[in-house]
Design a binder for this molecule. Structure first.
Ligand SMILES: Nc1ncnc2c1ncn2[C@@H]1O[C@H](COP(=O)(O)OP(=O)(O)OP(=O)(O)O)[C@@H](O)[C@H]1O
Ligand SMILES: [Mg+2]
Length: 357
């Protein structure tokens, strides 16, 4: 196991990059601590695979350094890094049995046959493969093949980290959930650092101790799931994390005070702000709806989506702005009726030019 440090590490697939736009991964400083679970989260093309392939050594970065436990491995090959990587689509030997597929990474490292058999049995039990161990891999379903691929990634207990590049995409949702839990259990049990690439925020938030959010080749924010939820550093993270995403409201600046007409909030924060560049962000979970009682902001219910234990309300504020509220209100809410809306000041985030201030 190792602590993995990215030091001003960036990559351009172009020879002689001229500007930041030429970088698939813009130079970044980041530390992946030993033994934690991480998710690398962002939309398609934001540079997730590029970063992962640099860590595993499949790709050499154009800029910066990569350190494992303080040792520079930037120019070392894959075999010297001791990383296990699992890809989006299964990489297995279809002519070999499941057992031989699992054993192969250990045979290559000349493990003792007894130790191999014991370790294969352990991984097989972990991933529920006991019933198919002696079947040829080509007879398996896509799900099962990916499980073998995952097993091959997990079978070595001496790796610096396990890198998982969207390995759950081909697996059906029910099993996905169980596998994610299993991966976490394995991490708790073995202490192996795991980095899971995904573009699914709920997968990232439920899997990882820390989530790294990327966009356009740039790391936007890195932190614990609740930090990303409570204090998104910019509106992109606010929008990408959470479902529904964060609400953004217009703001007036009067005598250096901020006012939010939609929620009838006044005197929010003092400071010299430029009006046009300001927005207020409030999570749908943080807006309270109650029966209207004279004062305070009200909004009209435009739609109500029942999610079983929660409802998502679409509300139209008096100034015309539309926003969403996630509410645990039990009774059915009629469309077209007004509701009082309120929010605690601690849950109000102020963004200037898209950045949290
Ligand atoms: N071999 C390559 N040569 C040139 N450009 C590449 C290469 N691989 C990736 N890119 C470009 O680099 C950027 C980042 O790609 P990358 O595959 O790292 O994104 P990603 O976040 O993994 O996307 P996805 O979610 O679709 O897998 C994209 O603009 C992509 O087109
Ligand atoms: Mg990718």
């Amino acid at each position: 196991m190792a602590e993995i440090t990215l030091r001003n590490l960036g990559h351009s697939y172009l020879p002689g990059p001229k500007s930041e736009d030429d970088y698939a991964l813009k130079p970044v400083d980041l530390v992946w601590e030993d033994g934690k679970t991480y998710a690398l989260l962002g939309p398609s093309g934001c540079g997730k695979t590029t970063m992962l392939n640099i860590i595993s050594g499949l790709l050499h970065p154009s800029d910066g350094q990569l350190l494992f436990d303080g040792q520079d491995v930037t120019h070392k090959g894959t075999s010297e890094r001791n990383i296990a990587q699992v890809f989006q689509f299964p990489v297995i030997y279809t002519t070999k049995s499941v057992r031989r597929n699992l054993a192969f990474p250990l045979e290559c490292r000349k493990w003792d046959p007894k130790k191999i058999a014991a370790r294969v049995a352990e991984v097989s039990e972990m991933l529920d493969l006991d019933d198919i161990l002696d079947m040829p891999a080509r007879q398996l379903s896509a799900d099962q093949k990916q499980l073998i691929s995952l097993g091959r990634g997990l079978v070595r207990d001496d790796v610096s980290a396990v890198l998982l590049d969207e390995p759950l995409t081909v697996i059906d949702p029910q099993m996905k959930f169980a596998l994610r839990r299993k991966l976490r259990q394995i991490n708790r049990h073995t202490g192996t650092t795991m980095i899971l690439v995904t573009h699914d925020q709920s997968e990232a938030m439920s899997f990882a101790d820390e989530v790294v959010v990327m966009k356009d080749g740039r790391v936007q924010q890195s932190g614990r799931p609740e930090q990303l939820f409570e204090r998104p550093e910019n509106t992109f993270v606010g929008y990408f994390i959470g479902s529904p995403p964060i609400n953004l409201f217009d703001v007036d600046v009067q005598h250096d005070n901020l006012h939010c007409p939609a929620l009838a909030l006044t005197g929010l924060r003092r400071g010299s702000f430029e009006e046009g560049a300001l927005k207020i962000g409030v999570r749908p979970e943080h807006i309270r709806v109650t029966e209207p009682k004279g004062t305070g902001a009200t909004a009209m219910v435009e739609a109500c989506e029942n999610l079983g234990i929660e409802q998502i309300l679409s509300l139209r504020a008096a100034n015309g702005e539309l926003f969403k509220v996630k509410s645990r209100l039990r009774q059915k809410i009629a469309v077209g009726r007004p509701l009082a809306v309120s929010v605690a000041e601690k849950d109000v985030l102020v963004f200037q030019d898209g950045k949290l201030v």
